[in-house]
Design a protein around this ligand. Structure first.
Ligand SMILES: Cc1cc2nc3c(=O)[nH]c(=O)nc-3n(C[C@H](O)[C@H](O)[C@H](O)COP(=O)(O)OP(=O)(O)OC[C@H]3O[C@@H](n4cnc5c(N)ncnc54)[C@H](O)[C@@H]3O)c2cc1C
Length: 289
């Protein structure tokens, strides 16, 4: 069997070692001291399927501690205030997190900014006003966001989305539905993908735009939490958008070119998901050997 091998740079290994120390100091003790809350789904989730407030507090506290320790924004571009360590470090560190935490110490997944929930290269594309309004809280781990691309009937082929952005007054009004939106139940913002030019969208020649939407906006509603594999709760939401007003400062990237933003996010997500799969696989093998 052949494989491509290359040395992992020393600074990347040092960062992974550092995050391991952070997890042992900040994450494992939380799971020990609040074991029932964090391991019994009937306590972790409320009746509507969302995390209970005490769990949301743990998640936010881990993000904030990781930001203070310098790990949270390790792969966020320098222009946004991150360490700009890039995608190799992103892979190696996520693999280490999942290999160490497995499925039990799951708060570890909040020690590094996730591509869809936290600051990432996607935020390079927001307007100056959006940057000044949201970047501080996002970089400090106080706030989080979600990525609203998939819809009923638009999953693998995301160009099939039906959510519409109709021009109104100075901006647009968004109407439609999103599903599988991870972190939606507690996110402060959502990047919503919507059709702004139906003709171009039907020809798959652009026509989709991305908007930064505060989840507290009138008309933005979490319809339900998706409960997977018989779980009593979950972290994916179904969203309904009813006449949600957005202004030009909320546009992410260029008008009609939002699909590029989608692919930018999803591409980083592929690196994250690969690292997660390898890390969890190693954790599982090591747990039984
Ligand atoms: C846990 C979880 C979290 C998620 N988080 C997010 C999120 O935060 N934001 C977001 O926008 N989306 C999210 N998604 C949605 C995810 O991106 C979609 O599930 C994915 O794109 C697949 O779409 P689908 O589920 O509609 O499946 P489908 O597109 O219906 O695909 C079903 C099956 O058919 C196959 N298939 C599809 N088209 C073809 C074809 N042309 N030829 C051959 N085979 C085909 C697929 O490979 C798959 O096996 C999440 C999904 C999950 C499960």
């Amino acid at each position: 069997m052949t494989a491509i091998t290359f040395p992992i740079p020393d600074d990347v290994i040092a960062t992974a070692d550092g995050i391991e120390g952070f997890l042992r100091k900040e994450v494992f003790p939380r799971h020990q001291s609040d074991h029932a809350l964090l391991s019994d789904p009937r306590r972790t989730y409320s009746d509507d399927g969302r995390y209970v407030p005490a769990v949301v507090d743990h998640i936010r506290s881990v993000r904030i501690a990781a930001a203070k320790a310098g790990y949270y924004s390790m792969s966020v571009p320098v222009e946004l205030g991150g360490a700009g360590m890039g995608m190799l470090a992103y892979f190696v560190v996520w693999e280490r997190i999942y290999r160490l935490c497995g499925s039990h110490n799951w708060l570890g997944a909040y020690a590094v900014s996730h591509w869809a929930f936290g600051p990432s290269p996607v935020l390079l594309k927001v307007t100056d006003r959006a940057r000044s309004e949201i970047l501080g809280g996002m970089m400090e781990g106080r706030t989080s966001m979600c990525f609203g691309m998939s819809e009923p009937g638009a999953g693998s082929d995301a160009t099939m989305i039906h959510t519409k952005a109709r021009q109104a007054d100075t901006g647009w009004r968004l109407n439609g539905r999103k599903i599988w939106t991870t972190n939606a139940p507690q996110a402060d913002y959502c990047i919503v993908f919507a059709v702004t030019d139906p003709d171009r969208a039907s020809r798959r020649a652009g026509g989709i735009s991305a908007f930064l939407v505060p989840t507290a906006s009138p008309g933005f509603r979490l319809e339900s939490v998706i409960r997977m594999h018989g779980s009593v709760g979950g972290n994916e939401g179904s969203i309904v958008l009813e006449d949600v007003q957005v202004e030009p400062w909320q546009l992410v990237g260029e008008l009609h070119e939002g699909f590029r933003i989608g692919l930018l996010g999803v591409s980083i997500g592929r690196i994250y998901n690969s690292a997660r799969a390898v890390g969890l696989g190693r954790w599982a093998i090591e747990a039984v050997t």
